[in-house]
Design a protein around this ligand. Sequence first.
Ligand code: SF4
Length: 480
Amino acid sequence: MGLYRHDFNKESDKALKNENLQRALRFTTDRFRERRKAAIEAVDDWENLRSLAREIKKETISRLDKYLELLEENIVETGGLVHWAKDADEATKIIIEIALKGKVKSVVKSKSMATEEIELNHALDKAGIEAIETDLGEYIIQLAKETPSHIIAPAIHKSKEDISRLFSERLKVPYYTEPEDLTRIARDKLRQKFLMADMGVSGVNFAVAETGTIVIVENEGNARLTSTLPRIHLALMGIEKVIPRFEDLAVFLSILARSATGQKMSSYVSLITGPKRKGEKDGPEEFHLVVLDNGRSNILDSDETRESLYCIRCGACLNICPVYRKVGGHSYGWVYSGPIGAIISPQLLGFSKAPDLPFASSLCGACKDVCPVKIDIPKVLLELRKTVVEENMKLNRVGVSTLKSLGIKLWRLSMEYPWIYTHLLTVAFYAQKLWVRPKGNNMKLLPYPFSKWTRGRDLPVFAEKPFRKRWKEKRNRYGI
Ligand code: SF4
């Protein structure tokens, strides 16, 4: 499993100073939000669809073992093979073994967050197998040797000029700036790769248990080529991607594209049931489905946070989140970013690797309002914050948690005894003198740990006379 290497505060500070990134984030997330709004306004029963989707997810996740077994049974019946991976290492091992057995030299990949999660490209590279991303955004990221910064728009942080420069440097082509030229170059390069590839690796949006069908939703057509041209098709999915019935698909297809890109339906929806049959001309000879746990069953255990697994990775919560819209995806340090990243990463990676993320939210609730499966992200965030604090206490960590707990005790005392509150305000008034800004309305940067507040927010100066005192004086003066 990929290591969490980032300090959220440090990375978001950097992101806030990057004007190019700020422009790119604003432009793309605004566009996604406007389109989503228009798309859902055109649907009469949007709220019903959301409720229905949530109910289906709730039912599936509560009986996941049953539906996964049924999925396996039906895939095997149609000639496919199902492999179970408990973690990232096991998943990459299975995939490399399949590739080596099939004498695979080159792999084409369509967009899949699960393959990013297990760092598949790195593993394939180590095994001497060439892996090429074929989704345009992922292709850009691969050329730049970066990681995705948005669930559905991996290169959201790159401007048109960044991409022109990248193509010209890495692909040795003239410096084109028109998007049509850039896409033409990528298409020409990728077409050759599709024709030569021995194996196609895709993700899975939904896997229908009752028919053994995997469903891939996309806009570029590259996933369809990935899953049909090479002689082996391998799909990787997290255990939560299964849905019980074929008819449930109608609900999820209705909400996914609208929430993600504001489309009624994505340009390509591929339904794949096993490899090509006897007598069929097209399609792969082998079909493998790798089902990945990688920490997901730990989430299943918790009544409070289980709904994190309802996510259909539409990205709507990222586009609306005031934190994500400012700091971008790389600040979150792993493949999943924004509100869903803030809840899923600590649970999959472990709290010791991502302790900052549950706090990377203003708890405004906008993510909950847009989520097509009504995940109560703020509630889960609070639950995870509680766990982080408890873990810190267990480890007897002295630091911010101890200071916080002291601060809260002091606050409680000052609320119980108003004279303590009044005295604290008087002390604060005299103590603040060193940090008052020249204009006198706000504080300058306070020393640690209070700098955590003043680094990004205003803190008004304490008045010489607290409100109660002034109120009392006024009452006396006017006899109120
Ligand atoms: S949490 Fe909800 S809004 Fe966010 S990506 Fe998942 S399904 Fe979409």
